[in-house]
Design a protein around this ligand. Structure first.
Ligand SMILES: [Zn+2]
Length: 298
């Protein structure tokens, strides 16, 4: 569970002296208690729901796991005592009239005109293999202070962490920006439903001055980690066909082009196999300050 939160980022009020100072000890106490007593039990239930991303569960709608996960998280969120909190489960249809994966949208009024957008997702990666004895994707197990199972850290915790951070500020009467929390259900499939929701919800989201994506990794549990950039990903199916029927290698090699070599050459046009450098259209120079940061972290 990567750490995250919003501690008054772009929220500097005009009258510095009128702002109560944040009491970090009280925040820590509140956050720890909320995690232990309320969030961990809810995420434990969440882990048991096999709500795989649609790419790994074509029948996600019929199976109902996604809806169960939405209900569980939405119910927890709705019950938080955050003044003015509005929650809506938004459901759009695609061009074919099929239901898109749902989105949970939450709006929390703030004390400034600025908007902070907090993002997470509730769909999960598939089961995969290699689980240790006694563990499994849909079996929540607490060992020591770690909760094992699929989806708790990626990315079920996002909604809980977002609201808990906001509630911590509310409790200490720390002014904060208007917050919008958006939890999608399609991330592990490439977020193909997300653009339609962002377009549809644009008037309600507004123009965020800060976007917090709670969906990354952390190097340890000692400090707050932030991801400055991620390498992109292109997915697709590539097939190379050179013959309509099989012919003996002794007859055809040297006459028919090697499908394997064609495939390698096509791939090499996108990404240099020896260096990993992408073609111009996909390539960006890494800025020097990012390189310096990476060196420091390493
Ligand atoms: Zn994720």
């Amino acid at each position: 569970m990567a750490g995250g939160g919003i501690f008054a980022p772009a929220m500097t009020p005009n009258t510095q002296s009128a702002v109560p100072a944040l009491d970090p000890k009280a925040v820590e106490k509140f956050v720890s208690e909320t995690w232990d007593k309320s969030i961990v039990p809810s995420i434990t239930e969440y882990i048991a729901i096999p709500n795989k991303s649609p790419a790994f569960d074509k029948d996600w709608k019929k199976n109902g796991h996604m809806d169960r996960a939405v209900e569980l998280i939405a119910a927890w969120c709705k019950a938080r005592p955050i003044p003015g909190l509005k929650l809506e489960v938004v459901r759009l249809k695609n061009e074919k009239g099929e239901e898109r994966t749902p989105v949970i949208l939450m709006e929390i009024p703030g004390q400034t005109n600025e908007t902070v957008l907090l993002y997470g997702h509730l769909d999960k990666q598939p089961e995969m293999t290699g689980w240790s004895e006694g563990l499994g994707p849909w079996i929540p197990v607490m060992r020591g202070d770690k909760l094992y199972g699929r989806g708790g850290a990626d990315d079920g915790y996002a909604a809980y962490a977002s609201l808990t951070a906001i509630e911590a500020l509310e409790r200490q009467k720390i002014p904060h920006a208007r917050c919008v929390v958006l939890i999608e259900g399609c991330e592990e499939s490439g977020s193909y439903d997300l653009p339609a929701y962002v377009d549809h919800l644009a008037p309600r989201i507004g123009s965020p001055s800060l976007i917090v994506c709670l969906d990354s990794g952390c190097g340890n549990y000692e400090q707050l980690w932030g991801t400055t950039s991620l390498r992109g990903l292109v997915g697709g199916d590539l097939s190379v066909e050179v013959l309509t029927e099989g012919v003996h290698s002794g007859d055809a090699s040297g006459i028919v082009a090697s499908s394997f070599r064609i495939l390698r050459q096509l791939l090499a046009r996108v990404d240099d196999p020896s260096t990993g450098v992408c073609v111009k259209d996909f390539h960006v120079e890494v800025p020097p300050d990012r390189l310096a940061q990476a060196k420091k972290v390493a």
